[in-house]
Design a protein. Structure first.
Length: 132
């Protein structure tokens, strides 16, 4: 029998601006380990959970560029399952759920604009995973 440790806090911060484009939903790329969360594992733009338990995930996803009549959506995703969603230019979203060691948490986003074909996710965006 092997004991699994409690969930370790994790966080990632956006590296530079990510141009989403006028597009369908896709994973947000270009992340680095957030200051103060040195134990974070980022794999393919996803946080890999270390430990098991209940977590609160907070994502502050800020859209920098904005097309005319643009709609910006973002999702917190856990192992392919949507846990929370929000719409708006600069919106924080939170979800609380149970994770297991080795699970993945990531952010999907989508932008749609009537006249301009861009929407940028700002470098001020970040994600934190906190045990509860």
């Amino acid at each position: 029998w092997t004991s699994v440790p409690p969930v370790q806090p994790a966080g990632m911060t956006k590296n530079g601006v990510y141009t989403l484009g006028n597009t369908s939903r896709k994973i947000v790329t270009g992340w680095s380990v957030r200051s103060g969360y040195s134990g974070t594992i980022i794999s393919s733009n996803r946080i890999q959970v270390v430990g098991s338990g209940t977590v609160e995930v907070f994502a502050q996803i800020n859209f920098a560029g904005r097309g005319f009549n643009s709609v910006q959506d973002r999702w917190i995703v856990h192992n392919g399952v949507d846990k929370a969603t929000a719409e708006g230019q600069s919106v924080g979203i939170t979800a609380t759920f149970t994770v297991s060691d080795g699970d993945f948490i990531w952010i999907d986003a989508k932008a749609s604009s009537i006249t301009l074909n861009y929407d940028d996710i700002a470098a001020t965006s970040y994600v934190t995973v906190t045990p509860v």
